[in-house]
Every structure is written in C-alpha cells, then in structure tokens.
Write a protein that binds this ligand. Structure first.
Ligand code: FPP
Length: 249
C-alpha cells in the first residue's frame, strides 16, 4: 500500500461546516466486481479497497468529520470461499500492523465492533495493540466493523440486560434507550448521520441496525475501489440538501 504524505485541505466552498455529518458510516461494496471487470482475482479489489478507505479516513479528518465507521467483514461473510476469508483476515492484520504508526501521528482513535473472539488469534492481538495504543487519541474516531452483525449485537445487548434483571441489579422499567445503547458495541460513539453504500445495492445488510435509525442513506453505483474524494464530496453535498426531521414536522 502506498503511504501518501498528509496534506490538510480546506473544506470545499460548497460545503457548510455546520451541516456536515458528525459520523459517516460506509458499506464498502463492489470490490469483487471491480476486480472481475479487470480480469483480476477478487482479492485485488479488497487490496485496492484499503487504499480507498485510508483516503476516506484522511478526507474525513481534513474536513472535520468526527467519526468514520467501515463495514469490513460481516457475520455472513464467513460463507465466502475459505481462500478469500483467509486473505481478508491476513489483510486486516497486515494493514493494522503497517498503519499503526501513521494512525498515531494522525491522532486517530481506532475502535473495533463485532464478535472479535471468533477472529484468528494473531489478528486479535493486532487489534488489541492498535486499540490500546490509540485509545487516548483525540482525533477522528475510526471504527472497523469486523465479524459484525447488527442483529447479533442487539441480541447480545438484550442478553446482558436480561442477566442484570435476573440478578436484581436493574428493574425492567429502568431499561430505556440510553441504557440499551450502553450495552451495544458502539457505546460512546454518536449514531451515524450518513450511510454511504457503494456499488448500487439498496440494503443495510445487517449493519448498525439500531444506530442507523435516523441515518441519511446515500447509494452510489461506483464500486468501492473507485470511490474517491470527489464522490465523497458529492455524497456530502447531497446530505446537506436533506431535511432531517427525526419524525417531527
Ligand atoms: C465487499 O465487497 C467488501 C468486503 C467484504 C471487504 C471490505 C474490506 C476492505 C475494503 C478492507 C478494509 C481493511 C481494513 C483494515 C479495515 P464484495 O467483495 O462483496 O464485492 P462484490 O459485491 O463485488 O462481490
């Protein structure tokens, strides 16, 4: 992966700082198709996708967006051919190892959401290293959803709360949204304001189901490996045109 020098850039003139999303979530879809169209193995799309994600992270930081969450591997992705799954696990591990120093320099706080226990031990170690090293960083919060499933996250929170009720630690009447959110992986991170999905599919695919309740959704036909600053700029312009009513008039 090429490491480019960090160049802080001005917010484009047609974007209004006060109307930027605080938190952007991305479903990075289309890597396989991008590679196939070029006669390359699918994994080349994932490899290229890492560069695109890095560039998006840098762009969010440059433009003052506080949080970025990327869907890297869903609980359903285990159903892919074993070579692709192994490639992805190795890719995640290598990228984390290679990028930690730069993440520290750029003051990025790395978080992971998902069932991490099922991941290879060497990847878990790398995850722990990067999360621990960056936990006090005050810059952009960068969350990577790995072995993540929204339904599974909600069930996990329900079980934890039910156990506390059973133990007499809380009463059922005390369960409210704030308490529920504290039992989600994303506790402490604001909900996404904008979800971007590449490659044209109009689905949530089990991503941040609770957290996405009021997110604005932007879908582009572009495959993830071709997503770039211009496309992101376009998504933000589109977002700024939306009237967010949160169910009110
Ligand atoms: C979906 O495209 C993409 C993935 C399942 C993997 C995304 C992962 C990366 C871009 C790497 C991120 C790296 C880190 C360290 C977070 P697809 O394979 O479903 O594409 P298709 O729909 O064209 O088949």
């Amino acid at each position: 992966m090429t490491v480019q020098p960090t160049v802080l850039q001005e917010l484009p003139a047609d974007l209004v700082r006060e109307r930027l999303p605080r938190h952007v979530a991305v479903i990075m879809d289309g890597n396989g198709r991008w590679a196939k169209r070029r006669g390359m193995p699918r994994i080349m799309g994932h490899r290229r996708g890492v560069d695109v994600l890095k560039e998006l992270l840098r762009c969010c930081r440059d433009w003052g967006i506080q949080a970025l969450t990327a869907y890297a591997f869903s609980t359903e992705n285990w159903g892919r051919p074993s070579e692709e799954v192994e490639f992805l696990m190795t890719l995640f591990e290598r990228v984390l190892r290679q990028e930690l120093r730069e993440m520290m320099q750029e003051n990025v706080q790395i978080r992971f959401v998902g069932n991490l226990h099922a991941l290879p031990t060497s990847l878990r170690d790398e995850i722990e290293r990067s999360v621990t090293a960056t936990k006090n960083n005050q810059g952009i919060q960068f969350t990577i959803a790995t072995n993540y499933g929204g339904r599974q996250e909600i069930l996990k929170a329900c079980r934890a709360i039910a156990t506390k009720v059973e133990q007499g630690l809380i009463q059922p009447e005390q369960i409210d949204e704030a308490m529920f959110e504290r039992h989600l992986y994303t506790s402490g991170v604001c909900d996404p304001d904008l979800l971007i999905r590449t490659s044209g599919e109009m689905r949530l695919s089990n991503f941040l189901l609770w957290q996405m309740a009021y997110a604005e959704i932007y879908v582009t036909d572009t495959f993830w490996p071709d997503f770039n600053r211009q496309e992101f700029h376009q998504a933000l312009c589109d977002y700024q045109q939306r009237e967010r009513r949160f169910g009110k008039l």
